[in-house]
Design a binder for this molecule. Structure first.
Ligand code: AMP
Length: 187
């Protein structure tokens, strides 16, 4: 099963993505985590991505698509993958549709985590205090929310046309939301 978990920054994609991937017994891939690891390791990918990430901007599609191709071709990904934080643009969604079609697959489900904007900002500021992510400062948070609304939210309509979107209210306990996400992935 190829499943995308979609939602604004702070909507819980990372937490819920991991739980749902474990439940479905498929690998979870977070492009944000891959990029952060590359930045920490100082690889060419990391050096290219860091400036965009710190400013709250998207890393260019061409860079991300190289990554996704590698992920889809990696061992263990043949039967499906849960992608968290990807796609972020319509161009990325179109490209992954082509890559999956070449492999005889398609996007089976998009789980959309819905959280009101005021709560997103509070959660991201809380995470900044706890995890110290360099992009969790107020300026970058605002920028990431704007980028989400302008570039990523249009994906909802894109996937709705494919009939694969399932909306999940993203407020409540982690366990409550996880149960809803499991139902959404099945439905
Ligand atoms: P995330 O951990 O998903 O919130 O991603 C953190 C940052 O990594 C984003 O603000 C972007 O700069 C970058 N990033 C992660 N995934 C993507 C993607 N699919 N396309 C472009 N940039 C991405």
């Amino acid at each position: 099963m190829f499943l995308m978990i979609l939602g604004a920054p702070g909507s819980g994609k990372g937490t819920q993505g991991k739980l749902l991937a474990d439940h479905l017994a498929i690998p979870q891939v977070s492009t944000g985590e891959v990029l952060r690891a590359a930045v920490t390791d100082g690889t060419p990918l990391g050096r290219e991505a860091k400036g965009y990430m710190d400013q709250g901007l998207l890393v260019p599609d061409a860079v991300i698509l190289g990554l996704i191709r590698e992920i889809l071709d990696s061992e263990g990904a043949e039967g499906g993958v849960l992608m968290d934080g990807f796609p972020r643009t319509v161009a990325q969604a179109e490209a992954v549709d082509r890559l999956l079609a070449e492999r005889g697959a398609r996007v089976d489900r998009v789980v959309l985590l819905e959280v009101p904007e005021e709560e997103l900002v509070q959660r991201l500021l809380g995470r900044a205090a706890k995890e110290g992510r360099s992009d969790d400062n107020l300026q970058s948070i605002r920028q990431r929310l704007t980028v989400y609304l302008e570039q990523t939210a249009p994906l909802v309509a894109y996937y709705e046309r494919q009939g694969v979107v399932r909306r999940v209210p993203g407020q409540g306990t982690v366990a409550e939301i996880a149960a809803r996400a499991r139902d959404a992935a099945r439905a």
